[in-house]
Design a protein. Structure first.
Length: 339
């Protein structure tokens, strides 16, 4: 090979590398331009202070693209479409009440992720932390702020099928004492003691007495609403075909997702409200399948997540039955309303 030929080959290689580099830069610039356009058209999000004692606010996990994605973020309850203030604290699931928050986080490792639950004070400082044995799914804080609960998938990753297992824990936020699994509680089903290896719990919701809670129990191919007692470590079945219950602020009703025959296997639920005194079920005016533990904005309105362009959007619907659902907040999930 002559020197001239070698030079031509070298020049050709250099030209090819330059072309590849220019193409990569142009592609990155185009992606940045598209990303900036999406951000410019979405909600405005800025860093600031988020307090869990600031009345008249809602706090949620921000799903909008940008530097504040996944951070706990707040807006006024009266203006949910207004500018968002982001805290810098990232959570996969979140809830708060009476100045106490629970934040379920992923801890990214070199080989795989692990998960933890953080108990937060009113300024989002960590008071306690606990290992979580699987993918976070549900989180709740009692109305007094004295207890926090969370559910994680420890086998499978969806409530839609039957091949999954969960672990639900409850922590006393005052003492740090942990109940690592509700499976240790005594079960009373239909008035009789009940034991089964397939008992599975998820979706705790607390009453205001620092003793009573509700949750879902799955066993024998059925799901039950159970009423739990933190003092006696007992759960008692109340109603069938109830998943992810949420107790109303006045303590009289449970909102939940119910499996409805004829719906697709991967989207089998409709939202219902159960009157705890009469045991009457009322379907709400949401025709889409909702896989969420709904939140009561007040005694009349339910808030829940549905899939959206950037992961999830929050919707609201009347709890009484008739009405029309509407999108409350785009690019958001895991809402808590601060009273």
């Amino acid at each position: 090979m002559t020197v001239r030929t070698r030079i031509l080959i070298l020049l050709s290689a250099v030209a090819l590398l330059v072309a590849v580099g220019v193409a990569a830069v142009l592609h990155a610039a185009a992606r940045a331009e598209r990303r900036d356009h999406v951000q410019a058209g979405g909600p405005a999000v800025t860093s600031g202070t988020v307090l869990l004692t600031e009345h008249g606010r809602m706090v949620f996990r921000n799903m909008a693209w940008g530097p504040h994605r996944d951070e706990l973020t707040t807006v006024p309850r009266s203006d949910p479409a207004g500018p968002r203030t982001a805290s810098g604290v990232k959570c996969l699931r979140f809830y708060a009440a009476s100045g106490t928050g629970v934040c379920l986080q992923a801890v990214h490792g070199p080989v795989s992720d692990t998960y933890r639950a953080l108990i937060l004070d009113a300024r989002l400082h960590t008071r306690d932390r606990y290992d979580v044995p699987g993918i976070p799914s549900r989180a709740r804080v009692s109305p007094t702020g004295h207890f926090a609960a969370w559910t994680a998938f420890v086998g499978g990753d969806s409530y839609a099928g039957t091949n999954f297992s969960t672990r639900t824990a409850i922590a006393d936020t005052r003492t740090g004492a942990l109940i690592p699994s509700l499976e240790a509680f005594r079960i009373v089903r239909d008035g009789h003691p009940y034991r089964a290896a397939d008992a599975n719990f998820w979706g705790v919701t607390f009453a205001a007495d620092d003793r009573t809670f509700y949750a879902t129990l799955a066993t024998g191919g059925k799901t039950y609403l159970v009423r739990g007692d933190l003092r006696t470590r007992t759960v008692t079945t109340v109603h069938t075909n109830v998943e992810c219950p949420s107790l109303s602020p006045d303590g009289t009703r449970i909102a939940y997702k119910k499996r409805v025959p004829g719906l697709p296997k991967d989207a089998p639920w409709h939202l219902y409200v159960l009157d705890l005194h009469t045991m009457r079920e009322t379907p709400v005016a949401e025709s889409r399948s909702v896989d969420d533990q709904v939140v009561w904005r007040d005694d009349r309105t339910l808030v829940y997540a549905l899939p959206g362009d950037y992961g999830a959007d929050l919707y609201a619907v009347p709890a009484g039955g008739p009405g029309t659902p509407h999108r409350l907040l785009p690019s958001a999930v895991s809402a808590a309303f601060l009273d």
